[in-house]
Write a protein of this length. Sequence first.
Length: 170
Amino acid sequence: MPTRLLLLADTHVPKRARALPEEVWRAVDEADVVFHAGDWVEEALLDELEARAARLIGVYGNNDGLRSRLPEVAKVTIDGIRFAMIHETGPATGREARCEAQFPDADVLVFGHSHIPWDTTTPRGLRLLNPGSPTDRRRQPVCTLMTAVADAGTLRDVTLVPVSRPASQR
């Protein structure tokens, strides 16, 4: 049975947004597994996501006080796909080679930090995914999240989804 995935990062609640947009919560409700690649900022959002997500996998980011609850790196296998997740991977230049060396046993690496969506595959076949941020677009045209499906060892339907922010949070 395929597994519906939701990839989030850099939510920065309540610093960049008072709360997650409702469309993000709808995506949480629809997902079988939610990944959060760090920069939650406060523990309350972690508590909310743990309570609402069917399954939550998270790591801490550089703006979090959550190191006592979350690892720096998370590794999990879902439907035969070996995932790794970390908040920061360094500069874009040389990212593929660094990540291949750091995560030789992963099929997919989920990361955050830059707020810039990223989807590339290294020469070895490591898929690098950054969902951007659903609350702080920085230099991007819109806020974003990613969805995907893990199905019998294949990651498919990877989709970058634009997220609308309420006018009060723009």
